[in-house]
Write a protein that binds this ligand. Sequence first.
Ligand code: NIG
Ligand code: FE
Length: 413
Amino acid sequence: MLITNIKGLVGVHPKDKLLLRGNEMSNLPILENAWLLVEDGLIKDFGEMSKIPALILNLSSQISAKGKFVFPSWCDSHTHIVFAASREEEFAMKIQGKTYEEIAAAGGGILNSADKLQHASENELFESASSRLKNMILQGTGAVEIKSGYGLTVESEIKMLRVIQRLKANFPIPIKATFLAAHAYPKEFKDNHQGYIDLIIHEMLPQIAEEKLADYIDVFCEKGFFSVEETDQILKAGAKFGLKAKIHANQLSASGAVEVGVKNYAVSVDHLEETNQHTINSLKTSNTIATLLPSCSFYLGIPFADAKGLITENVPVALASDYNPGSTPSGNMNFVVSLGCIKLKMQPEQAINAATLNGAAAMEISSEYGSISIGKKANLFITKPMPSMAYLPYSFGETQVETIILNGEIYNG
Ligand code: NIG
Ligand code: FE
């Protein structure tokens, strides 16, 4: 497939650039008036229209992208899209002024989702997650991470991970599975934390590792959820089974979550709505990525993460959706990128890099996805005609994504 007359080919990074930090995050190379050749599902070549080789102009499969931009697909490295039911009753409570913690304490929140998930069949969960994922893809997402964490029993956590495994087998995009049993303490373990941790370590982890159901391990390290010491114990157990960490950190308080993640070589620490200099210091000398989730701040009304501070301190920043029924009922990465600019004060170049190459890095797939580089997978989208690259985040709430290409083929859902 040949795409011609592209107004701007966005994110033309060198193939060996696997992660951006500091000033590099402001560098989003764009090739103007370009062509792009896709072969065998990969980006084969690209260049300027004025120098297009005569030979390829005869190709039968051609798309003209006159006035349009080509972006690498969004790489959404943090989602919880397997769930049994939406939670709009909590939406109403939230509007009345109840906080996320108060709603959770009143029997809402994660435990509410866990109750509903116990009663849903694997097929039902697969069907509803498939429809969410399809919508995300149609909005430009071309790689995704999905967490368990609404099971909270051996059986239901495994059920969730099997659903993710089926999604992997049925969708044409890379999917990473994260085991998040440490999302909340089930009621019966409210006063027996070690009992639940033992269940995670001795019952769930061995079975998950045996069946290769997860790529990562996650813990919601937060006051009222899992303490720093509990998180440390769970991450170390996960590491023994070969699962690297990607954790929920500093969402509601700067509790030491980032530091324990960094200490355990986390691939990413996610959320970071609450940070201080100590948090930033621990990150800037590590390889851990700070994954920011501005749609969650927007929906819950909690602070927005200090993206500028993190970038200034040389911390690699990624942007992801956090799509889940409780704190972020949206998987629209275009909106995430807009919020990255509007609320996190990232420049469009920084936000787009954070949602593409650094998002891919947060799933350890940036050698194959996340930029327009020769030899990478052709997961791209073509926009509607736009005046400039920055028009995409500028026109928040609108969609500029017009044509989706996955593995070199047009995807219609
Ligand atoms: O990332 N903070 C923990 N987990 C999710 C919310 C889960 C829920 O409320 O169902 C999050 O925001
Ligand atoms: Fe989350």
